[in-house]
Design a protein around this ligand. Structure first.
Ligand code: GDG
Length: 460
């Protein structure tokens, strides 16, 4: 069978004990562990003297190949075009989107560099699966250096609406680069429709109902493959974690209060400030919750060298401080805000004892936390998921309490409803969502995608 070669900006930490707090790394690692293969990406090292060859090492059935970046690459490609242009733009934050030709050139340079370093490792029948917005031009670059095998792409973020994408000066080059893949995978049908809109309105090609697309002289498949979680494994982990010391400690510290839990990378797309304000509104509008509910927010820092991430951290500290200052009592702090990560097992225990999982991003490709929360619940006493309509997960998890994260009152009402929800309603909502996660787990996601890639080359 042909090898699977996965490429992403970063490879996940190799050390099993180290938890990874990025959705891509969590999902790709789960998929690759099952079937083995090569994972190529940035080592996380920034150096003025990068090694000429990728660093290779094996962990079980998985081989890692990593390359270093120079300070200029890190600045222009990673902090620059990837995280100051594409990330905010793809999350509808035009106000935070900046564009410079220098950073765009850096982005293309690193994509070419990745292709040049990967090419010598490839065999003709390898299947190359490239991930996320950092590496959109990499298929074109691999074709230029002579690789003729199958290349697929999966976008973990939303694909923005046509008019939003037009704000990007290089939008046409970027879409042309996407069209060089054999399969272009999106999280949801909403993203696929945005892509379809772009292709048809900009008159660069035609897309059939089934996703078969002809554009820029290429024929390929565009489709939605909603990413998921390792459901069985999370169930097992959460069952064991329920009896673990950390979970007991946490439960004891709540002193019988209901837990409202949020877990997110510290990112402005996650709607954290709005969420804190909604919790404040809950305490204002439904004062019976004072001293009765505790909100815990885990928010491990990310992309700390991008200025907007420094700003969001400050805003969040202010918001938590202000709510706590207003409502805290001698034996109760309304918001426990932890600026760090906990390990995955502990996290699953926290999910299980939470009465409400708060997943309220302003935009999110999918949001794995929503799915992990559902998978980790106690089937006899499940918690309630409060979920943003702008998370990709809302397309499948429609039995959650769906909210608009811009509507503070609605979020507060949903929390109140979740706190008071009778058992039979909690059970029926949870069962509906859980059965979806049993069917579409991380294995199903990988299999659906690779089946589509195996069917390439596509012809019209
Ligand atoms: C991108 C897209 C898409 C978080 N805090 C801790 C922790 N985490 C883990 C979660 C989850 C992962 O990190 C975060 O995944 P998300 O999907 O929620 O979000 P992004 O990082 O933005 O991921 C997203 C995803 O890619 C996959 O395609 O769903 O839309 O933006 O697994 O549990 N893990 C631990 N401690 C923490 O404190 N151990």
């Amino acid at each position: 069978m042909s090898r699977l070669v996965v490429v992403s900006n970063r490879v996940a930490p190799v050390d099993e004990g180290k938890s990874s707090t990025g959705g891509l790394a969590v999902a790709v690692l789960a998929a690759l562990k099952r079937m083995g293969g090569i994972w190529f990406g940035w080592s996380g090292e920034v150096t003025t003297t990068p090694a000429a060859q990728p660093r290779m090492f094996d962990v079980g059935r998985l081989s890692y190949a990593t390359v270093d970046l120079t300070p200029q690459d890190f600045e222009e490609y990673y902090n620059g075009f990837a995280n100051s242009t594409l990330w905010p733009l793809f999350h509808y934050r035009l106000d935070l989107t900046s564009f410079t030709r220098r950073q765009y050139a850096g982005y293309l340079r690193v994509n070419n560099l990745f292709a040049a370093k990967l090419a010598p490792l490839l065999q003709a029948d390898d299947r190359v699966w490239i991930h996320d917005y950092h590496l959109i031009p990499m298929a074109e670059a691999l074709r230029r250096v002579g690789f003729g095998g199958k290349i697929g792409f999966f976008l973990h973020t939303p694909f923005p609406a046509h008019e939003v994408l037009l704000a990007l000066p290089s939008h046409d080059d970027l879409v042309r680069a996407l069209c060089a893949y054999d399969v272009v995978g999106f999280q949801t049908s909403r993203d696929l429709n945005s892509f379809r809109d772009y292709v048809t309105r900009e008159k660069v090609g035609e897309m059939q109902e089934d996703g078969l697309t002809r554009a820029f002289g290429k024929v390929f498949m565009a489709a939605a493959f909603p990413i998921s979680v390792d459901t069985v494994n999370i169930v097992r982990m959460a069952e064991a974690a329920a009896k673990a010391q950390q979970t007991m400690r946490m439960a004891a510290s709540l002193g019988g209060r209901k837990l409202i839990l949020g877990v997110d990378r510290l990112d402005y797309s996650k709607g954290l400030v709005q969420r804190f304000h909604a919790f404040e509104r809950l305490l204002e509008n439904y004062p019976e919750n004072r001293g009765r509910a505790t909100m815990m927010q885990l928010a491990p820092p990310s992309r700390t060298e991008v200025p907007e991430y420094v700003d969001i951290r400050r805003s969040l500290e202010e918001a938590a401080g202000s709510v706590n200052g207003k409502f805290a009592d001698i034996d109760w702090v309304p918001i426990r805000y932890l600026n760090r990560s906990v390990n995955r097992r502990t996290l699953s225990g926290f999910f299980r004892i939470a009465r409400i999982g708060l997943v309220t991003p302003l935009r999110d490709g999918m949001n794995l936390v929503a799915k992990e929360f559902v998978a980790a619940q106690d089937p006899d006493d499940p918690g309630v998921l409060v979920l943003s309509r702008f998370a990709g997960a809302a397309e499948e998890l429609s039995a959650a309490l769906i909210i608009n994260p811009y509507d503070t009152d609605e979020m507060a009402e949903a929390m109140q409803r979740g706190l008071d929800m009778p058992m039979d309603e909690r059970l029926s909502r949870w069962r509906e969502m859980f059965s979806i996660l049993q069917e579409n787990d991380i294995d199903a996601w990988r299999q659906h995608y690779l089946t589509a890639l195996d069917a390439a080359p596509y012809r019209c």
